[in-house]
Design a protein around this ligand. Sequence first.
Ligand code: F6R
Length: 241
Amino acid sequence: MKILRARDYTHMSRQAANIISAQVILKPDAVLGLATGSSPVGVYEQLIDWYRKGDLDFSLVRTVNLDEYLGLSGSDPQSYRYFMDRHFFDHINIDRANTFVPDGLAPDAAAECSRYDALIRRLGGIDLQLLGLGHNGHIGFNEPDEVFTKGTHKVTLSESTLRANRRFFEREEDVPRFACTVGICDIMQARRIVMVVSGADKADIIREAFFGPVTPHVPASILQLHRDFTLVADEEALIKV
Ligand code: F6R
């Protein structure tokens, strides 16, 4: 595990964007595993900036997102598909047909999860997975559990995650309670993993996840065992380690 210490959110975003752009330059048809949430927004902004300057070309890149709420269509402003379009895909020259997010409206969630796993395999696996870190140690929507879940699956979101997501919805009852997420095994099989973490509110979970035992009660802790995992975190997030 490698830790890159950043001064602040902007610096963290730039360092992670550097790693992603190197991947795209070295392998123009790379498969990028992508995340939503506030942590990677700055990374996407930086990549868009370099694309606009002519330094990056996404025309052959394929992307698979980590997760999607069940019950929301891709045109719903709260969906992760919508998030990705607005924060990244609308601003670069990626072929939209090469961007994948689980279908939140799939009538059979289990079938959608199997289809998504098969899709990741068909793409040849993930070259570089970008991650954020939940306050309870979740990655994707792999919540604390008794075991590490393997492939893409349907999850019931934890109370802590529902509370964290509440800020994005007008009414509490609108916050989706179920999601489809790629599993820990899919994430661990990525050839390279980069996680971005910012802010003092993540300091405790950084210590638990990366300076404590590997346990499914803190899903991100398994990343300690990945052979090419880089944590890019700002000073505030690293204050307790
Ligand atoms: C989002 C995702 C989540 C977030 C995590 C942190 O696709 O998979 O695991 O990365 O909840 O969210 P932020 O960055 O908003 O603190």
